[in-house]
Design a protein around this ligand. Structure first.
Ligand code: K7E
Ligand code: CUA
Length: 675
């Protein structure tokens, strides 16, 4: 969000600084009476009504909160490696970070999109963008795990992403920075001649959710900022705000704010589909990665793709239009009926609301004001439904309550403003503390919002929480919007910097939540499906340890014969078939991470012993009363030593599978060991 901040001209920044330093804390303590606290109170043992999924901004991750309590339920790692559970460090998940730039272990994520069916959330998947290395990720909401990441080629900064269509047909995105396409070594001041934009359509497989780059539309070299797709009557259309129609390449905060209006791109994607079918595209060689978790093995498979299909508006009439929007727009939001499209100009005093019917009529009547690179510019007045006059300063994002009202955040004047979509009349305004970016109403961008709560995600929190050094907690503020006036009922800190969030009724997710992975379905090639199959195998310098975990021991727990310079792969299978019994694995000298293995799952940690000795390993998750006993030893001998590979658990160390088998057969008879 600092980028937004920098975009404001100096004068407005000053206003903003003054506004946010005011001592407004005392005001809220009055507002927050006992009844407000009660509204956000979820008693111990009770569940929240909604899940809220917040992007982590520069953390690259997603966090899941309960609403209305604001309780943090989970951090879901997506674009950044996560040593807490080994995501991105385990051999199975490393490939999730493959890109055309090599391994990229972090990113900046802004926009969450839940999958939709008929314009409503269906609770199946969660999509989020990677901003810096342009990518879109998919999280499976049955497991809250990132299962797929698709890179988008030839774009720079995938901020404008991933916006979903009403049946999850496509995720629409646009390039934030225009660049030479294909990339080439040219002087930066040849921007106008050489730099181009792309709008990307990624299809989503309706059954499995798999993403595929369907086509890209070549666009003028602007900055594509945010988008929404039509719904209901406007289904089949996309609306994208852009800035820098000046096509400047330096000091954008001044140079990209010269014109009174920028342009909103309006795309008829059904038409684009038709042109694709007719073969009106060109193909270009490129490079991008598609990383997908194989559901059977639970291993990420990574594939480099080399071809993309491009539609050029010049060869595809009636597919792309522009509409003038107020200066330096940000959010672009479509109301639940699909009729109204709100364009927020950050530097404009007013907000423009467009009518889909009027846009269609203007197109039909060719009511255009010239064109940009051959793309018709629809007459502003002809497309306009009305203007929200003087709503506040620095409008960013708008959501809807399904009762005909819109709610817009104002970054500079630090408030949420409620207004009537049809009459454009302002109905209420409530201060936020301070400088909100996005806001979210559960289902607030769908056809059926659940207009009970609103969460404003704030950028500045001075004086709201105990200090935590130079960086203060980011903050969300929960409003009750069920009445005429919005009512602030809760502050809660957030992780990273949330940009967008989406919230969904818990009953769409809770019943499908997976309790454990079925071990019978575990097709991991290094899975160990039973303690009797545990073993250690050497293959040159590589050693594979087929290890299992069940309360409260790791098997084998004594291993000898490792040598300095070996690459040791610990393939740990968690044999539990019970809810919430992960086992962990850590070994001294490991320089990557620890593992957290879910019940029924197999995960692999690479350990490269550097010196001789005996090293302890243990379970890192306090899994039972005897968790502290869940440990073992690995003996490392010098390079070139002839100490043989041997392993065991409560037995004389053995060297081969037959010995293992015999041991466990006997053990079973004695019923000492379960599996
Ligand atoms: Cu307004 Cu990146 Cu959607 Cu930040 S963005 S707030
Ligand atoms: Cu398993 Cu602690």
């Amino acid at each position: 969000m600092k980028t937004h901040y920098l975009n404001y001209v100096a004068g407005l920044s000053l206003i903003f600084l003054m506004a946010s330093c005011g001592n407004q804390g005392s005001e809220t303590s009055q507002v927050l009476g006992g009844s407000a606290a009660e509204q956000a109170y979820v008693a111990p043992g009770e569940y929240d009504e909604f899940y809220a999924f917040m992007s982590g901004g520069y953390s690259g991750q997603i966090t899941a909160y309960g609403l209305p309590s604001g309780r943090l339920l989970k951090e879901i790692p997506v674009f950044s490696k996560y040593p807490e559970n080994g995501y991105g460090y385990s051999e199975e998940t490393k490939a999730m970070f493959n890109t055309s730039y090599g391994e990229v272990p972090w990113d900046d994520s802004h926009h969450i999109e839940l999958s939709q069916k008929d314009g409503e959330f269906d609770g199946r998947w969660l999509f989020v963008n990677g901003n810096n290395t342009p990518r879109i990720a998919r999280v499976d909401l049955k497991t809250f795990e990132t299962v797929e990441i698709l890179e988008i080629p030839d774009v720079a900064g995938l901020h404008c992403a991933p916006f979903i269509t009403e049946n999850s047909e496509y995720l629409v995105s646009g390039t934030r920075f225009s660049v030479p396409i294909p990339q080439k070594d040219v002087p930066i001041d040849t921007y106008k001649k050489n730099f181009k934009g792309l709008i990307n359509y990624v299809s989503v497989d309706p059954e499995h959710g798999h993403m595929e780059l369907a086509f890209q539309i070549e666009m003028p070299g602007f900055n594509y900022d945010l988008a929404r797709n039509g719904k209901g009557k406007s289904h089949g259309w996309s609306f994208l705000t852009t800035y820098n129609s000046e096509q400047e390449h330096s000091l954008l905060e001044v140079n990209a704010s010269q014109k009174d209006k920028d342009l909103m791109a309006v795309i008829n994607w059904k038409k684009a589909e038709q042109y694709m079918k007719e073969g009106k595209f060109t193909e270009r060689q490129t490079s991008y990665f598609h990383n997908l978790m194989n559901e059977e093995t639970s291993i990420v498979e990574s594939e480099e793709k080399t071809l993309t299909k491009i539609l050029d508006p010049k060869n595809c009439p009636d597919m792309v239009y522009f509409i003038p929007v107020p200066k330096s727009p940000h959010g672009c939001d479509v109301d639940p009926t699909g009729e109204y499209i709100v364009g927020n100009g950050k530097l404009s005093a007013d907000m423009s609301v467009y009518s889909f019917d009027k846009i269609m009529k203007a197109i039909e009547e060719k009511n255009f004001d010239g064109n940009f690179d051959g793309i018709p510019i629809i007459n502003y007045e002809a497309a306009l439904d009305g203007i929200v006059k003087k709503p506040g300063l620095g409008p960013l994002h708008t959501e809807f309550d399904g009762r005909g009202n819109a709610y817009t955040t104002f970054f500079i004047s630090s408030e949420v403003v409620k207004w009537d979509v049809e009459s454009k009349e302002i109905l209420d305004r409530q201060p936020t503390f301070y400088s909100p970016g996005h806001l979210v109403i559960p289902g607030g961008e769908t056809k059926k919002p659940d207009g009970k709560y609103l969460v404003a995600m704030n950028k500045i929190t001075k004086d709201r929480y105990l200090p935590t050094g130079p960086e203060l907690a980011h903050s969300a503020q929960l409003f009750d919007i069920s009445g005429d006036k919005m009512k602030l009922i809760l502050d809660f800190p957030t992780k990273g910097e949330p940009h967008y969030a989406q919230a969904i009724s818990a009953d769409k997710i809770q019943p499908n939540s997976v309790k454990f992975y079925d071990i019978e379905q575990n097709k991991h090639p290094h899975a160990t499906l039973g303690e009797s199959k545990t073993r250690v195998e050497r293959d040159g310098d590589e050693v594979h340890v087929y290890m299992t975990a069940i309360r409260s021991h790791l098997a084998p727990d004594n291993i000898e014969g490792f040598k300095v310079g070996d690459k040791v792969y610990f393939h740990l299978t968690n044999l539990e078939q019970d809810w919430d019994v992960p086992h962990g694995f850590a070994i001294q000298g490991a320089t990557n991470a620890e593992l957290l293995v879910m019940p029924g799952q197999t995960r692999t940690l690479l350990w490269e012993p550097k010196k001789p000795g005996v090293f302890a390993f243990y379970c890192t998750d306090f899994c039972s009363a005897l968790h502290q006993e869940m440990s073992g030893y690995a003996r490392v001998s010098p390079k070139g030593s002839d100490v043989p590979i041997k392993w065991g658990l409560n037995e004389k160390l053995r060297e081969n599978e037959q010995a293992a088998h015999d041991f466990y057969e006997k053990a079973k008879q004695n019923a000492n060991i379960g599996k």
